[in-house]
Write a protein that binds this ligand. Structure first.
Ligand SMILES: [Zn+2]
Length: 327
């Protein structure tokens, strides 16, 4: 059983490739954080090593060992395991020497690179050689939320599988059926997840996720009424966070974008579609204060800033401009 919520097309494609013996030696799974890339990669690793006639069965010894991260032929390379800011040449060299040995207990050696965009330039060039001449019985799966940050030559040597955000109703349904969440709570989490079920499950397990979001949104609501000095100070704080890890700032900008989208929906009389249903009072307050054009203009500015940060613009300057232009 494939354990992924939604993504029937991606599963169908992989299943047909497996059944037809047409499996690619390398895949690139592209999609936002928590959309299901990692689960799909593990399920594919199970499917190629499964001992039953209906892979991945989740019941046989190989499927269970892979789920428990105990299978000798399935390796995950991520930033957590290397404890560095990037995946370096050393990790790729380790993977290459392991790849040249035959599988130890399964049929395929599977190497999953989580956040493949964090491969250093040197590491990516080295990996390219393996992608060009892959040893037999090796399957490489790259996962990324930032495809534009990958070397194009790497991407072009992998079969690309895109995982798009799911409809909120689908996430809600899965939360109720698989996690026994009460309908109201499932509704809020599904809306906030942005179509990424993994985020909703994370928020279920860790109360801090929602608490931190509320804190960030309260800061944000305060900033709308703050003067230049406070806005510049906040921009400096954000730039400091960005220098340590860009993902948190990218997440904050996505939250702001959704928040202003909700303000615009209320302004245009479509309040039932809002995502931040628990913030309705603050959203209505901003809707009353701003024109639709001003809201749209700021939404464009948030998108522009996110792109600039992605292209390595001066983070502090870009964030200062954004905050000074906030309605
Ligand atoms: Zn199995």
């Amino acid at each position: 059983m494939w354990q992924l919520t939604g993504h029937a097309r991606a599963i169908g494609l992989l299943r047909r490739s497996l059944e037809g013996g047409q499996l690619s030696h390398a895949y690139l799974f592209v999609g936002p954080p928590h959309v299901g890339k990692y689960t799909l990669a593990l399920n594919l690793a199970q499917a190629v090593n499964c001992a039953s006639g209906d892979p991945p069965c989740q019941e046989c010894a190989p499927c269970r060992r892979i789920a428990a991260a105990k299978h000798a032929d399935v390796h995950v390379v991520d930033l957590l395991s290397v404890e560095k800011k990037e995946i370096g040449i050393r990790q790729v060299a380790d993977m290459q020497s392991a790849a040249h040995l035959p599988p130890f207990e399964g049929r395929y050696k599977v190497f999953v690179f989580d956040r493949a965009e964090m491969l250093s330039h040197e590491a990516a060039n080295s990996l390219l050689k393996t992608l060009e001449e892959p040893p037999p019985h090796v399957l490489i799966i790259l996962l990324t939320a930032r495809e534009s940050a990958l070397l194009p030559t790497i991407a072009s040597r992998c079969q690309r599988v895109e995982l798009r955000p799911l409809p909120a109703a689908k996430v809600r349904e899965a939360l109720i059926a698989d996690h026994h969440v009460a309908p109201d709570r499932a509704d809020l989490l599904a809306r906030l997840s942005g179509g990424c079920p993994g985020w909703a499950v994370l928020a279920l397990r860790d109360e801090g996720v929602l608490a931190e979001r509320e804190e960030r949104l309260a800061d944000f609501a305060r900033l709308c009424d703050a003067g230049t000095h406070d806005r510049l100070a906040y921009a400096a704080d954000l730039a400091g966070i960005f220098s340590k890890g860009r993902d948190r700032v990218a997440g904050t900008l996505s939250e702001w974008l959704l928040w202003w989208r909700d303000v615009l929906l209320i302004k245009c009389g479509n309040g039932r579609w809002i995502v931040n249903a628990d913030q309705e009072e603050a959203l209505r307050h901003q809707a009353a204060r701003n024109s639709p054009d001003a809201i749209r203009g700021f939404m464009h500015a948030i998108g522009r800033t996110a792109r600039e940060l992605d292209q390595n613009a001066n983070a502090r300057l870009a964030l200062e401009v954004l905050l000074l232009n906030m309605p």
